[in-house]
Design a protein around this ligand. Sequence first.
Ligand code: TMP
Ligand code: ASP
Length: 255
Amino acid sequence: METLCFGQIQNKEEMILMEKLEQLYEGKAKKVFATDDPALYIVEYKDDATAFNGLKKGTIQGKGIINNQMSNRLMAYLEKQGVPTHYVEELSQRETLVKKVSIVPLEVIIRNISAGSFAKRYGVEEGIVFDQPTIEFSYKNDELGDPLLNRYHALALKLGTPEELDTIEKYAFKVNEVLKGFWKTCGVTLVDFKLEFGRLADGTIVLADEISPDTCRLWDSETHEKLDKDRFRRDMGGVEEAYAEIMKRLEEHLN
Ligand code: TMP
Ligand code: ASP
């Protein structure tokens, strides 16, 4: 019993008490705890940052707070636009109540502009604007270094059913359209991002994990300044400042 968190469940009127029970999982950036409701987990965001499959390690002061708040705000916005998510309720600066899911072991990456591993893999410069977004999947498996795979590989490995993969793809492109438009109003270009999806107990696919500067490339639309985790990955400095700037822009534009 580490923390008591008070929050208001949206579909009930009364204040509820949510208690973190045992820690179920600790990842690179978050911890997941059981609650006394078997259908709900509490996620706690850390300031720890890693890159290159954990080879590079560091801390980004205040990142856990920004990523928690940004992810929650964006997920609530996406819900309104018809994308179901795991988000239930923000409990504290770093803690959020989420629906229990079993994660589909796929990293779903959408790209609007060449950057990162795409630029490296295909030997092109960063910043080429695509006529239409690309989608790619990685097998979420740290030991194997999250290898790229296509739909047929995912089906062969039984990572999802054909219907689940269709749903995931449909939601991923929808998230792109919604977030590209939103970030544009903030003077920010959504270059690329990674999503993860989960299954609720009844099999419904929902957006899970997080949407944050850790998982998106976000460039200032005019200067192309990087306002995301690439500043940490590439030792560019100004990491905390970039996270604060992108959060400030979100707060100014998302009511
Ligand atoms: P990439 O260009 O390195 O493949 O990254 C594509 C996008 O996915 C980028 O916005 C950063 C995000 N990403 C993660 O969220 N987690 C990861 O482990 C990696 C490698 C990328
Ligand atoms: N999640 C990556 C890691 O394994 C970091 C990244 O975002 O590049 O450390």
